[in-house]
Structure formats: structure tokens, C-alpha cells
Design a protein around this ligand. Structure first.
Ligand code: NDP
Length: 341
């Protein structure tokens, strides 16, 4: 059983050498003493920025956010086939997506409540790591529940070409909003405009004055900011929010590898502009998955929403794919294909 194991806790920017790909032997059966468990064959692994938080020593005890155990495979969201099941809801051959799946060829999941059966297979299976999985739910509920959008409002999305951002922008366009996104390369900026239908896009790495860049695209200000990056970008956005604007604090990837988070200078804007800034965690919306599917599946089938993935081949490519999120190497949702059969 090939595995991606964490060798040491990451310090600063994570490195490929923080991981090791090793092989162990396992029996392809649910052990007698793990009655409810489900044994999975991993098909696709999801590379997600939050895994960085688990690659450091933290006192957090929540099983989805706690530190990884050194010398053991890392885990996260994945798509898999059931090989053997001790749980009545799952049987051999079922396709599932869910969390707490090891970065290994075969993974024993002892919390089957974290798995969801895949019922729609007319769409690519890998989509269940992205548009039909955790990032999709994040974009949908983050936008509709946290941003309270209204037709015609101005929406700004950072890390806009990524797993979450590309969806937020497209959903906002469907809602009739004016949408601008930022990303870290020319190619990504092109994708935002030509493929995802953003009204405008810019490469934040080429703008030495982010405030001026935002003023160019939002001369009358921003109603909604979907925050994926934090730091200097958040500071510039605060200067450009409109009265009663909303900020969905989804993530702050620019801060995840810093020893000392950057200080935000422009917080007083929140007061006099009556800005609502609210954080959220996608897990709180998992019980509304079927509502989300009812919205997103027809959008995909009718071509109203498209999804770009960046698929790395083989478990060995996992460490590079995962750390690539922090340098923007990925174009679209970063997936690792372990096998497709
Ligand atoms: P992406 O697919 O967008 O990949 C990460 C991207 O972030 C990179 O491609 C890169 O794009 C950008 N990035 C990396 N480092 C920096 C930096 N220093 N400054 C600015 N941009 C940077 O990831 P996701 O869509 O999966 O996640 C986006 C955000 O949403 C993250 O902050 C994540 O933690 C958060 N999230 C939160 C959830 C929640 O429940 N609240 C759930 C899921 C995700 P570029 O080339 O444009 O720089």
C-alpha cells in the first residue's frame, strides 16, 4: 500500500522533502475489530490549502484540523471505491467522496459518516473533489449565505481561478452581478475573462498599488468581497468597500506559511462603512449537500458553469501538487489522480 507520509512538520513554505512516499502491506479486508469501518481504494485526492494547517504542530483536537501524525499518511478529501465494508450503508463497489481518507492507495476509514455515496456519474468523478465536493459547497454557501448578494452588485473575488474562486465568480455572474477577479499569472487572468466570464480580471503580482488596481475596476466601490487570500489584499479591499458591503472571510492563504501574520491597517473602514465581515467553515453546510446538488448539477449539465481542474498523475506527484498551491502552480482545482479504475 503506497502512502504519502509526513516526515516532519513544515516550517514556513512547505517542501517536498517534508514528505516521503513509502510502501506498506495491508490486508484488503476491514479488520474484525473495526466493525463500522469502510476500506477504500483511492481514486482522486483533493489538494486543499487547509492541509497546511495540519502540517504544523497545533494543540487543535478536532479530527479534521488537528496535526498530522509524523510517520503516518496525511489525509483529507478524496474520491474512492469501496473495497470492503463493515457498515450497512456502504457495499463493495460503491463510489464515495468524503474526508479523513488517507493519501494512500487503500485507506481504512473508521468514521463512515464522513463519506457520501456518489449517485451521479454522468459528470467526471474527479469533480467530487471540487465543484461537486467541498470547494463547491464552500463557494455556494459562502456566496449565498454569507455575502447576501443582490442582482447588479459589484463582486470581487481573490484567488479567483482556483477551486473555490472560479465557482464564486460564475455563480455571481449567474446572479446578475458585476464580477472582477484577481489571480497570479497572465494565463489565469485570461481564463477568468475568457472561460469563466468574469467582467474583469487582473494579475495582482503585477500591481504594485493594489488600492489603485481596485479603484480601476471598482470606481464606485465593492459591495461583496469573497476573501481567499488575506494580508495586503484585504487591506486594499477595505479601502474600496462600499457602504454596507459584505466580506465573506473564506480563507487567507497568503498568511498560512508566515511565522508572523501581517497586520491589517485599514480596519476602521469596517466601522464607518458598516461593513459586515464574516468567517465561515464549509463543514457547517454539509447537511445541506442535496440542496447544493440540485443547484449545481443542472448548471454543469447545461453548460452554465464550467470547471477547470489541474490533475497530477500518481500518488508520487502528491507532495509537489499539494505544496504547489502555495506558489500558485495550480491552474484550477488541484487534484491528484491515484488511479481511475
Ligand atoms: P486554490 O485552488 O485557489 O489554490 C490556491 C491558490 O491561492 C493558488 O493557486 C494561488 O493562486 C493562490 N495563492 C497562493 N499563495 C498566495 C499568496 N501568498 N497570495 C495570494 N494568493 C496566493 O485554493 P482553494 O480554492 O481550494 O482555496 C481558496 C481559499 O479558500 C483558501 O484560502 C482556502 O483556505 C479557503 N477555503 C476555505 C474553506 C472554508 O470552509 N472556509 C473551504 C475551502 C477553501 P494565484 O496564482 O492566483 O496566486
Amino acid at each position: 500500500n503506497k502512502q504519502v507520509v509526513l516526515k516532519n512538520y513544515a516550517c514556513g513554505f512547505p517542501k517536498e522533502s517534508d514528505f516521503e512516499v513509502t510502501t506498506t502491506t495491508i490486508k484488503l479486508k476491514v479488520p474484525e475489530d473495526s466493525k463500522n469501518a469502510v476500506l477504500l481504494k483511492t481514486l482522486y485526492l483533493s489538494c486543499d490549502p487547509y492541509l497546511r494547517g495540519r502540517m504544523r504542530y497545533t494543540p487543535v483536537t478536532d479530527p479534521d484540523f488537528c496535526s498530522y501524525t509524523l510517520g503516518s499518511p496525511i489525509s483529507g478529501f478524496a474520491v474512492a471505491t469501496v473495497v470492503d465494508s463493515g457498515h450497512p450503508d456502504f457495499k463493495k463497489g460503491d463510489l464515495v467522496w468524503g474526508r479523513r481518507v488517507g493519501w494512500e492507495e487503500y485507506s481504512l476509514v473508521t468514521t463512515p459518516e464522513c463519506l457520501t455515496k456518489i449517485l451521479h456519474i454522468d459528470v467526471p468523478l474527479s469533480y467530487y473533489t471540487g465543484i461537486l465536493g467541498m470547494p463547491g459547497i464552500t463557494a455556494y454557501f459562502g456566496f449565498f449565505e454569507i455575502c447576501s448578494p443582490k442582482k447588479g452588485e459589484s463582486v470581487y473575488v481573490s484567488a479567483a481561478s482556483g477551486a473555490v474562486g472560479q465557482l464564486v465568480g460564475q455563480i455571481a455572474k449567474l446572479m446578475g452581478c458585476y464580477v472582477v477577479g484577481s489571480a497570479g499569472s497572465k494565463e489565469k487572468v485570461e481564463l477568468l475573462k475568457s472561460k469563466f466570464g468574469f467582467d474583469g480580471a487582473f494579475n495582482y503580482k503585477e500591481e504594485h498599488d493594489l488600492d489603485a488596481a481596485l479603484k480601476r475596476y471598482f470606481p464606485e466601490g465593492i459591495d461583496i468581497y469573497f476573501e481567499n487570500v488575506g494580508g495586503k489584499m484585504l487591506d486594499a479591499v477595505l479601502l474600496n468597500m462600499r457602504l454596507r458591503g459584505r466580506i465573506a472571510a473564506c480563507g487567507m492563504i497568503s498568511q498560512y506559511n508566515l511565522h508572523q501574520p501581517e497586520t491589517i491597517q485599514n480596519l476602521t473602514n469596517i466601522v464607518y462603512k458598516r461593513i459586515r465581515i464574516q468567517g465561515f467553515v464549509v463543514m457547517d453546510y454539509f447537511d445541506q449537500y442535496s440542496k447544493f446538488l440540485d443547484f449545481i448539477l443542472p448548471c454543469i449539465r447545461e453548460g452554465k458553469i464550467v470547471y477547470v481542474e489541474d490533475i497530477a498523475e500518481g500518488l508520487e506527484s502528491g507532495p509537489a501538487a499539494l505544496i504547489g498551491l502555495f506558489s500558485g502552480r495550480n491552474i484550477g482545482k488541484q487534484v491528484v489522480k491515484v488511479t481511475d479504475e
